[in-house]
Design a protein around this ligand. Sequence first.
Ligand code: TXA
Ligand code: MG
Length: 317
Amino acid sequence: MPAESGIAEAAAVLRAGGLVAFPTETVYGLGANALDARAAARIFEAKARPSFDPLITHLADAADLPGLIGAVPPAVAALVERFWPGPLTLIVDRPAVIPPIVTSGLDTMAVRVPDEAAARALIAAAGVPVAAPSANRFGQLSPTRAEHVVAGLGGAVDVVLDGGPTRCGIESTIVDARGPQPVVLRLGALPVEALVEAVGPVTVRPGSSGQPVAPGTLAAHYAPRTPLIVGAAEPAAGDGGRRGLLAYRQTPAVGDWAAVEVLSPEGDLTVAAARLFDALHRLDAAGVTEIVAEPVPDVGVGRAINDRLRRAAATWH
Ligand code: TXA
Ligand code: MG
């Protein structure tokens, strides 16, 4: 249903323990009442998500954080002040009201306030914190349109709120700011440069696949069904089959491409991020045998784009 008119009904579904997919500024989320362990369990079931992969709790307003967790550590408060609402997820201690299933048994909790009016209105109307991972089946492409959610999760969701394509197109940046220096656990829509400008040096540790502190950082993730490689747009040697190209700025002059998606002719990384998953969804549906994805400049949100492309490729190697 349209996001503007569906808020009240969707909020009632959340309060009753149901699942609501909703737009955020990053990607669509699959939401459930974060205070309700049974509702949260339905998220894991709908996504076929392993129970070791904790969920992000979403709040309607930064002012709701102390009410949920009590005292906010100063370094966390500084980031909240500067970047919420926005595509920044922060790690805090898990309060007792949040059932352990939400955090996969961790004594920490990931939390953010999305910068999207429909999302905040939904959470406010539900009157509870909302646990929400990206609204896709585990390991697959993230959804940036309501159509992606319906195609991927279909009947497993009670309500899908359609707010059109998401603005950022790539997930939130996850930061643990509880220690002496903030640690970036997942590259995302908020560029590392913006964090550094606001709070000084940070450590970037987009986790290892071995011990997944943030399984969005699993080596293989965010993958299309079609095999994907990251590399230059070069003609295939011999019969390369029907290949699809994810280009950054321009369609290459050479090569026999069955389908081409250009992320941003003007070379704007923010635009490229917003189009990334939509373009991959289209290439995935184009019936090609392989997707070649050009890396983008490794600065700003470009780092998060390259991170997602590497993880998508890792599924096939
Ligand atoms: O932009 C986003 O963050 C989107 C929208 C819907 O808000 N959500 C999202 O959720 O990307 P998901 O589940 O796809 O990714 C959440 C990531 C996972 O990799 C998870 O492991 C990590 O957050 N995470 C959750 N709780 C954590 C914790 N306590 N410590 C470290 N990482 C955590
Ligand atoms: Mg995800």
